[in-house]
Write a protein that binds this ligand. Structure first.
Ligand SMILES: Nc1ncnc2c1ncn2[C@@H]1O[C@H](COP(=O)(O)OP(=O)(O)O)[C@@H](O)[C@H]1O
Ligand SMILES: N[C@@H](CCOP(=O)(O)O)C(=O)O
Length: 710
């Protein structure tokens, strides 16, 4: 049996709530343990620790020194158990940055108390566990949020003098060096009952947390040493007034930026901590809801140095700006877009086959949440409805999606065309950036662009979203992107599938695919019309949006080899991060192309995806004709120039891996090419005459003057 304890990180104080309020956020410490019955163990306290993630080089793996296991031993000893059962295997997976004000120590302590509760079968209530946590971390904000989840307010009892004395007794009395004393064999002092109290507040779902995480640590202990021991009545009243309003204001939809921004001011801790965090005051004052729409408020996260900016939109712009402000102090930062972890600490057991036979199982216990699936359907209904078109109402919930061809304008039976595709590894950049609302556009684009090259009008779309554990927020953002793509292509999103498959995908990741159906009116030419193509026909190229949705395995390799993070500035695009530039959605060419198709201006089209110009152009040509393309006739976008140079990509490989700046290539009769350009330019396209068709003697596509790419 493997038991998994999952504890969220937390942001404490939220401005005026020093030592009072905490917000659990969705980065989780995981402690997995098994107890393997053995007569004895050679590990200290019978516990073997392995560790992966943040701090793997610094966090001690000796159970007497490690914060998680030391905390667990304290709780066990309070219950007369001197050590872990022989032999306990503890594996820690920690993605929480240490010493940055995101409650890593609070999470470790909560995990330790839960670990003791599980291995010792102590049956402690959460309230009692909070008492134990508070023996180690004396401020309740982080531990209460991590234990209970969500946005919490806390207070500690005023203790009797003897209890205060006991509270002061540090862990060192019960644990051997270096924690302090020798193992006396005595029971350690137990915490008084019900020391900590908490209340959960509402949190408006549109408020997200931008965490700007500087590349240096500030220990919470040090950040408490710089605080005064006494405050003026004026400063205390200042904070209390703001705190009282803030806790309600953050639960109201829509949130009031003016109120929240002012209510997040503080006079009790931030002004004193500026000595530890260069530029803190200036950075906190550098953004307002007026200067940065979407921003609600900004403060130090916990004891810092992380900055917490609450916002409803424009997350990346706000983050980029704050990162630039830190740069002025020569501090580099990482950033994360986080959201509240409502559930708090969870403990799950993965049973071995023999114990599995004993339990009453549920679908949820196997990791599939029907409730989350239902919540997602509710969330996406309105976005899906915006894709309604003639013939389809785009209402989800049925077993199959429908479209009435007659209502869609097809009175005679049309030719139906289907396409199916995925996004590829571009999704991995969405995971890195925590931005899920554009890859759905890529998914639609990859399909509908394939339909339109046949001359078909896209009519309906269905998407497939598969993940390990369904995160309603990111799945809803993904579907909003799909709906956006469908609106651009004017096709109805008539259905889809969300598959939650624990164990199949990595946690926090997903994959997506989709299929589109379109139609060609009876009598209209099906493209490519290879019979009509002749030598001298002109090739037109339509500008792309950079790398569309293929070639990303190579792109990711180049970025990795260049040592860049996706949050770093894009070397090829000022003011944009690597990730946001690469997430630019694939261009959807449907609406600009359909009028030109209807006018009979186009003989054939090639959607430039994997295989690039070299492989895709010949797909639309007859065997006797070849494309002669001049590499000087269109500009290669800066992103491609940088990728080519950084990856030392040879010219022919370049023309095969990516679209080089052209997302679509058209064959047009030479007499119609200027009219076609006019029609396409009027529809907003950038068009280049890139070559002509000639008699084929060898390759189906030759790129001349390719050396301009050197
Ligand atoms: N998962 C963990 N395992 C062991 N020790 C940890 C873990 N997480 C945090 N700690 C300890 O807590 C310290 C950070 O605590 P603290 O200064 O309170 O910062 P934070 O703001 O991250 O809570 C780390 O340097 C480390 O010693
Ligand atoms: N209220 C405490 C919160 C410390 O949080 P951490 O995440 O920095 O440990 C304080 O401000 O000292």
């Amino acid at each position: 049996m493997v038991t998994i304890i999952k504890v969220p990180c937390s942001s404490a104080n939220i401005g005026p709530g020093f030592d009072v309020i905490g917000l659990a956020l969705n980065i989780y410490l995981q402690v997995r343990f098994t107890v393997n019955s053995k007569p004895s163990s050679t590990y200290p306290l019978n516990c073997r620790i392995t560790y992966e993630g943040v701090g793997s080089e610094t966090v001690p793996l000796n159970a007497e020194h490690n914060l998680i296991t030391r905390t667990a031993v304290y709780v066990l000893r309070c219950h007369g158990i001197r050590a872990f059962p022989a032999e306990t295997d503890v594996h820690v997976i920690n993605p929480i940055p240490l010493g940055r004000g995101l409650g890593s120590s609070g999470a470790a302590i909560v995990a330790g108390v839960n670990l003791a509760n599980e291995v010792g079968k102590l049956g402690l209530s959460k309230a009692r566990m909070l008492d134990y946590c508070l023996m180690e971390e004396r401020h309740p904000d982080n531990v209460a949020a991590a234990l209970y989840g969500g946005f919490v307010g806390t207070y500690l009892n005023e203790l009797a003098p003897e209890d205060t004395a006991r509270l002061e007794i540090p862990l060192s009395e019960v644990l051997p060096e270096p924690a302090g004393g020798v193992d006396t064999g005595l029971r350690p002092p137990e915490p008084p009952h019900n020391i900590g109290h908490f209340k959960k507040f509402k949190w408006a779902s549109e408020i997200k947390c931008i965490c700007i995480i500087p590349n240096f640590e500030v220990s919470t202990a040090k950040a408490r040493e710089v605080l005064p021991t006494e405050y003026s009545r004026k400063d205390i009243v200042f904070n209390m007034q703001r705190l009282a309003l803030l806790t309600t204001a953050l639960g109201e939809s829509p949130p009031d930026p003016g109120m929240i921004y002012r209510a997040m001011q503080d006079k009790l801790h931030q002004p004193y901590r500026k000595t530890l965090i260069p530029g803190l005051t200036e950075i906190l004052q550098s953004v307002t809801p007026q200067s940065h729409p979407g921003l609600l408020g900004i403060c130090l996260s916990g004891a810092g140095p992380t900055i917490l900016a609450l916002a409803t939109h424009n997350f990346e712009t706000i983050a980029d700006y704050l990162i630039e402000e830190f740069k002025k102090q020569n501090i580099t930062c990482d950033w994360r877009l986080l959201q509240p972890a409502e559930e708090g600490t969870t403990v799950t057991c993965t049973s071995t086959p023999s114990s599995l036979a004993q339990e009453s199982l549920t679908y949820a216990s196997a990791g599939v949440s029907i409730d989350a699936g239902n919540a997602l359907v509710k969330r996406i209904k309105s976005a899906v409805a915006t894709t309604k078109r003639a013939g389809a109402d785009a209402e989800i919930g049925g077993f199959g999606g429908m479209l009435d061809l007659k209502d869609a304008g097809y009175t005679e039976s049309p030719i139906l065309v289907g396409a199916i595709d995925g996004i590829g590894t571009k999704v991995k950049i969405a995971f890195e950036m925590g931005k899920h609302d554009t890859v759905g556009i890529d998914l639609v684009a990859m399909n509908v662009n394939d339909l339109v090259v046949q001359g078909a009008e896209p009519l309906m779309f269905l998407d497939y979203y598969a993940c390990s554990k369904l995160d309603v927020e990111s799945a809803a953002a993904f579907v909003a992107g799909v709906a956006d793509g469908c609106r651009q292509a004017r096709c109805a999103l008539v259905g889809g599938e969300t598959a939650e498959m624990p164990g199949l995908y990595r946690e926090g990741e997903y994959d997506a695919g989709g299929a589109a159906v379109g139609a060609i009116k009876r009598g209209q030419v099906v493209l490519p019309d290879t019979k009509s193509m002749v030598e001298g026909d002109v090739l037109l190229g339509l500008a792309s949006n950079g790398p569309h949705s293929n070639g990303f395995s190579l792109i990711r390799k180049i970025i990795e080899r260049a040592g860049l993070s996706y949050h770093d500035d894009a070397p090829w695009s000022k003011g944009q991060s690597v990730g946001s530039s690469l997430l630019t959605p694939t261009k959807i060419y449907v609406q600009p192309l359909l009028p030109a198709i209807k006018k009979g201006l186009i003989k054939g089209m090639a959607h430039i995806t994997g295989g690039g110009l070299l492989e895709n152009i010949p797909r639309m040509l007859p065997d006797h004709l070849a494309a002669n393309v001049d590499a000087r006739s269109w500009p290669v976008p800066d992103v491609f120039k940088w990728l080519k140079a950084e990856g030392k990509i040879e010219n022919l490989e370049f023309a095969r891996a990516w679209n080089t700046g052209l997302g679509m290539v058209l064959v047009v009769e030479s007499s119609k090419y200027s009219e076609t350009i006019t029609v396409l330019e009027e529809a907003g396209e950038t068009v280049y005459a890139i070559g002509t068709l000639t008699k084929r003697s060898g390759e189906g596509c030759t790129i001349n003057n390719i050396s301009v790419w050197n």
